[in-house]
Write a protein of this length. Structure first.
Length: 140
């Protein structure tokens, strides 16, 4: 009777073939995990400073308006004129009332639908009333 042929593909030792398959599977898993993690890390830290810069621009301009008395007696035209002349041309800003008895809605440009918009909330006193406003800032 002839010896039984095994599926060892020319390898004399089956343990070596199984070990090679095990190493190959482990390498595929490690490379897949490294690729996936590097993709998500790069996506997360793509450009974190744009949002922070936009937030600071908005907060600074709200504080400037408040310190120069634009919120003491709210005049939409004066606030819009101030923003149009002093806000850098690459930024757009929208300020609106978000609480309290103050009425405020000033916008320098139309809100973009495909760009990042950063918003914040500030509180101020106008004619003895506590008011809050929401500002939105974006790059044009």
């Amino acid at each position: 009777m002839a010896p039984k042929q095994s599926w060892n593909f020319g390898f004399k030792d089956k343990k070596g073939f199984v070990f090679t398959l095990d190493v190959l599977i482990a390498l595929v898993l490690v490379v897949g995990i490294l690729f996936t993690s590097s993709y998500f890390i790069n996506k997360k830290i793509q450009d974190p400073y744009i949002s922070l810069q936009l937030m600071h621009i908005g907060s600074d301009f709200i504080n400037l308006l408040d310190n120069q008395g634009y919120f003491n007696d709210i005049n939409h035209d004066k606030i819009k004129s101030y923003l149009d002349t002093n806000l850098p041309s690459q930024y757009g800003m929208h300020i609106q009332n978000s609480g309290g008895s103050c009425v405020l809605d000033v916008q320098t440009d139309t809100l973009p639908s495909n760009k990042k918009i950063v918003s914040g909330k500030e509180f101020f006193i106008s004619n003895g009333n506590f008011c809050s406003l929401k500002y939105e800032v974006w790059l044009k």
